[in-house]
Design a protein around this ligand. Structure first.
Ligand SMILES: [Fe+2]
Length: 175
């Protein structure tokens, strides 16, 4: 039987309401998101070639406050490193591809400038998903227009988040 958005949202609610550690719960939701992204009916009813770049809310859970968001990412764009503050975010690709980079801060918290070191780089393709916990820093790059679904622990626009500022912060050159 086809896996639907409605079923994914129910499963996510049940998983996130559980009492195992957060990373286990968001990893489990990421796995379910991977199943959903491979459903042709879901993708066809969520995105189309003329959907303009931007995001659309597919679902908000009023009890747990998580969101399911559909993003059309414009091609040829590379985002800056950022965190999701005290929240978490799960990324999944409905189409190729997101070039994902992960970072960690290498200087003390109290200093104004943030010095980052890149710790990972990988390509996410159709059906690939990844769950990032609180405080995690990453960036996304989309060589071509790409369809992405993101699940976030709350409305990320309403909470303080780290955002890379190029006049203040820097990423260490790779050794
Ligand atoms: Fe992010």
């Amino acid at each position: 039987m086809a896996y639907t958005l409605q079923q994914f949202c129910r499963d996510s609610h049940d998983i996130l309401a559980g009492d195992v550690p957060l990373q286990q719960r968001i990893d489990a939701v990421a796995q379910k998101l991977g199943d959903l992204l491979l459903e042709a009916d879901f993708v066809a009813s969520t995105f189309s070639a003329d959907t303009p770049p931007g995001r659309r809310e597919l679902f908000h859970d009023p009890e747990l406050d998580f969101y399911v968001l559909a993003h059309v990412q414009e091609g040829g764009k590379r985002g800056s490193p950022h965190s999701h503050g005290t929240s978490w975010a799960i990324y999944g690709n409905a189409t190729d591809l997101t070039r994902m980079r992960e970072f960690r801060r290498v200087n003390p918290d109290g200093e104004e400038a943030w010095i980052l070191e890149q710790t990972a780089e990988y390509d996410m393709r159709t059906g690939d998903t990844k769950a990032y916990g609180p405080g995690h820093i990453h960036s996304t790059e989309h060589p071509q227009t790409c369809w992405v679904v993101r699940v976030t622990g709350t409305d990320l626009d309403q909470i303080p988040r780290y955002r890379f500022r190029k006049l203040r912060d820097r990423v260490l050159e790779k050794a």
